[in-house]
Design a protein around this ligand. Structure first.
Ligand SMILES: O=C(O)CCC(=O)C(=O)O
Length: 315
């Protein structure tokens, strides 16, 4: 049988166990997140770790360690094909498509978010190793989600700055928030009163390198500072449905690759990781084939609005 050849996983570890997409989609819809103990193969994880360390070492001095953006983009002087291979892996794309309600996904943003080891001095100009406040993603409309893919094991105590989510709270919609500066970026921090009674329900990710958490745009999430002696490297991939509703008359993505301003902000450009110069944002359409089979998860998760946030060029 050759028909499924293009859907054979290349980088993902989803080759053996597959499930109907429907239960995954309903768990994601209900809980606002999903956890996969292993999303990448060991080989792909090791390759990604090496590539991430190299990017971190070679990034332009003006680019904070948390904000290496647009890595999949082919208009980068050094396109990072490993990011594209992960993001467009057929099994990953099939999963994202199922969670986006069957719409074909566009990778609108890729980001290497390194929280440097405690006490590292080379990030002083724009430190990215601190707390990320409770926030929701994507002020814009449309279906979206984020894959949070650690390249270092994430400690469930939060010691090395891992992500925590508040399950089911996405069902309450957009929560009152206020602008704040954190981790070399601007966030819309959820107001503490809106979180009262909910923080006790937080699920703190415990993941091996190469595992992944998926969260919807309205799922509140946060991360503490990295207090450990080692860098915390995470690849964040943000997808939206190709036909995502227009935002103030503007499409999030247009055939040809251009990504419009996200979150209602005029951020059609991002700093190039290697030169610091501004380059156009480019999306990548993934997941051409239909199929609904998807890998086996560990938790629950929800698509709602499009997935970009008010961070410097991130969305
Ligand atoms: O990696 C982190 O600490 C925060 C990531 C985040 O806010 C996101 O993936 O939306």
């Amino acid at each position: 049988m050759t028909s499924d050849r293009s859907a054979r996983p290349v980088n993902s570890a989803f080759s053996r166990r597959t499930l109907d997409a429907a239960p995954l989609a309903s768990a994601f819809e209900r809980e606002g997140y999903l956890l996969f103990p292993r999303l990448l193969t060991r080989r792909a994880t090791a390759q990604a770790q090496r590539a991430a360390s190299r990017l971190l070492r070679r990034r332009h001095a003006s680019v904070p360690s948390g904000w290496l953006l647009g890595l999949h983009q082919r208009n980068q002087p050094e396109p990072q094909r490993w990011v594209e291979r992960i993001a467009a892996d057929p099994a990953v794309a099939r999963l994202v498509r199922a969670l986006l309600g069957g719409s074909r996904p566009v990778l609108v943003s890729s980001q290497l978010f390194v929280k440097r080891a405690a006490g590292r001095a080379d990030d002083e100009a724009a430190p990215s190793s601190g707390e990320v406040p409770w926030h929701q993603d994507g002020a814009a409309g449309g279906h979206s989600l984020a894959i949070w893919l650690p390249l270092d094991a994430i400690d469930p105590t939060g010691h090395n700055g891992g992500l925590a989510v508040l399950p089911r709270l996405h069902a309450s919609g957009r929560l009152p928030s206020e602008p704040c500066e954190a981790n070399a970026a601007s966030f819309d921090r959820i107001q503490p009163e809106a979180l009262a009674g909910h923080e006790a329900t937080a699920v703190r990710y415990a993941l091996a390198a190469g595992g992944a958490g998926l969260h919807g745009p309205l799922t509140p999430h946060s991360s503490p500072p990295n207090a450990s002696g080692a860098d915390r490297r995470v690849l964040v991939l943000r997808y939206c449905a190709a036909g995502a509703p227009a935002v103030r008359g503007e499409r999030l993505w247009a055939p040809g690759g251009a990504v419009a301003a996200a979150g209602g902000e005029p951020r059609t450009q991002i700093p190039c990781w290697s030169s610091g110069e501004l380059i156009d944002r480019q999306g990548l359409l993934v997941g051409g084939e239909g199929g609904a089979a998807a890998p086996s998860p560990d938790g629950g998760g929800s698509p709602n609005e499009n997935g970009t946030k008010r961070k410097r060029g991130a969305g």
